[in-house]
Design a protein around this ligand. Structure first.
Ligand code: NAP
Ligand code: GDD
Length: 333
C-alpha cells in the first residue's frame, strides 16, 4: 500500500486530494494546524476512514515538520498544499504569509534532506500568481503564460510562492530530490474558501435565494471586476498533482484550462444560472476589496502537461459555475 502525507489537508485542494488518494488505495497522513475551532469540515466524512490519520502540525515550525516526517520515513509521496493562500490578505499580513507560504516549504524540503528521505517524492503547490504582470504572446497573438514565462510577482503571496518554487528547483538539482512543482492557475469548486471571488459570488447567490430573493437583502460587495482569470475545477487539478509524482523524472508543469474570463463574465454566468441578466443592481463596488497591486491577466498554456502527463481539464466555466451555484443554492435547505 502506498503512503502519502498531505500538508494542508483541511483546505480545498487537500480535501480533494485526500479523496483521490484514498480512492487509489493509499494510506494518507493529513497534517492540520491545531485551532480553537474545528477546521475539518471539508474532510469530515473521511475522519473515520481506517487508512486516514489526521495529525497536528504547523509548517512554520521546523521541528514539528521534522517530527512528522521522522515518524513516517517510509512515506512515498509528500504534498505541500499548506499556505496562507489569500492574495489580498497577504498585503495585510506579509510576514505571516512569508513564514507559511515561503519558509514552510523550505522546512519540509530541508527535513527531507536531513532525514535522508531521498526515496520520497515531493509536490509543491506553486501558483500562476507568480507570473504577476508577465506574459508571452502565443501564435494567435494572445497573451499566455507557460513554464518558460518569467515571473513578475505582484503580491507578498506571489513573492513567497516564487521563493518556494525556486527552492524546489534548487533541492532537485542540489540534492537529487524527486521534487516537482505544479504551477496551478485558479481552481475553484463547491469547497472553495468563501472569501475568494468565485465562491463569494455563488455563496451570496445561494444565501439570497434562501431569503426568497428578498429585495432588502444586503448587496454583494466586490472589488475589481475587470481582472481576467483562467478558472478550472479543483477536482480536476488534484489529479494533475498526483500524475506529476508518478513520473520517473521530477519537473514543473503549468495546469490550467487555457480559457480566460473577467470577474464580470463570471457574474454574468453565475447570475444567469438563476435567471438574472442584470446583476449590476445587486452589486456594490467597494474599495475595501481592491488590492494595492493587481494581476490583470492570467491565461495558461498547459501543452506540456497534456503531452507528458496526459492530463486535461474536464470541466469548463459553465460546468464550474453550475456546480458552485447549485451547491450554494441547495446547501442546508
Ligand atoms: P486553502 O483552501 O486556503 O488551504 C490551505 C491549507 O493550508 C489549509 O488546510 C490551511 O489550514 C493550511 N495551512 C495554513 N497555514 C498552515 C500552517 N502554518 N501549517 C500547516 N497548514 C497550514 O488553499 P487551496 O485553494 O486548497 O490551495 C492549496 C494550495 O495551492 C495552497 O498552497 C495555495 O496557495 C495553492 N494554490 C491554490 C490555487 C487555487 O486557485 N486554489 C492556485 C494555485 C496555487 P486551515 O484549514 O487551518 O486554515
Ligand atoms: N477575493 C476577492 N474578493 N477578489 C475579488 C473581489 C472580492 O471581493 N472583487 C474582485 N476581486 C478580484 C481580485 O482583485 C482578483 O483580481 C480576482 O478577483 C480573483 O481574486 P481571488 O478569487 O481572491 O483569487 P486570486 O486570483 O487573487 O488568487 C487565487 O488564485 C491564485 C492562482 O492564480 C488564490 O487561490 C491563490 O491562492 C492562487 O495562488
Amino acid at each position: 500500500m502506498k503512503k502519502a502525507i498531505i500538508f494542508g489537508v483541511t483546505g480545498q485542494d487537500g480535501s480533494h486530494l485526500l479523496d483521490l488518494l484514498l480512492s487509489k488505495g493509499y494510506e494518507v497522513i493529513g497534517v492540520a494546524r491545531r485551532c480553537s475551532v474545528d477546521t475539518s469540515e471539508r474532510i469530515k466524512n473521511r475522519l473515520e476512514c481506517p487508512h486516514f490519520n489526521l495529525v497536528h502540525g504547523d509548517i512554520t515550525d521546523a521541528s514539528s515538520v521534522m517530527n512528522i516526517l521522522r515518524n513516517n520515513e517510509d512515506v512515498d509521496e509528500i504534498y505541500n498544499l499548506a499556505a496562507q493562500s489569500h492574495v489580498g490578505v497577504s498585503f495585510k499580513q506579509p510576514g505571516l504569509t512569508w513564514d507559511i507560504t515561503g519558509k514552510g516549504c523550505f522546512n519540509i524540503l530541508q527535513s527531507i534532506v536531513d532525514l535522508g528521505m531521498f526515496g520520497s517524492r515531493f509536490y509543491q503547490a506553486s501558483s500562476s500568481e507568480m507570473f504577476g504582470d508577465s506574459y508571452d504572446i502565443d501564435k494567435d497573438g494572445e497573451k499566455v503564460q507557460n513554464e518558460n514565462t518569467k515571473f513578475l510577482p505582484q503580491s507578498p503571496y506571489a513573492i513567497a510562492k516564487c521563493a518556494a518554487h525556486y527552492a524546489v528547483r534548487l533541492f532537485r538539482e542540489a540534492y537529487g530530490l524527486h521534487a516537482s512543482a505544479g504551477i496551478l492557475f485558479n481552481h475553484e469548486g463547491e469547497r472553495r474558501g468563501e472569501t475568494f471571488v468565485t465562491r463569494k459570488i455563488t455563496k451570496w447567490i445561494g444565501d439570497w435565494h434562501k431569503t426568497g430573493y428578498d429585495k432588502n437583502f444586503p448587496k454583494l460587495r466586490l472589488g475589481n471586476l475587470e481582472a481576467f482569470r483562467d478558472w478550472g475545477y479543483a477536482g480536476d487539478y488534484v489529479r494533475a498533482m498526483w500524475l506529476m509524482l508518478q513520473q520517473e523524472q521530477p519537473d514543473d508543469y503549468v495546469i490550467c484550462t487555457g480559457k480566460t474570463h473577467t470577474i464580470r463574465e463570471f457574474l454574468d454566468c453565475a447570475f444567469g444560472h438563476i435567471g438574472i441578466e442584470d446583476w449590476e443592481e445587486h452589486v456594490v463596488i467597494d474599495p475595501e476589496f481592491y488590492r494595492p497591486a493587481e494581476v490583470d491577466y492570467l491565461r495558461g498554456d498547459c501543452s506540456k502537461a497534456k503531452e507528458k502527463l496526459e492530463w486535461e481539464p474536464e470541466c469548463n466555466l459553465e460546468d464550474l459555475v453550475k456546480i458552485m451555484v447549485e451547491h450554494d443554492v441547495n446547501a442546508n435547505i
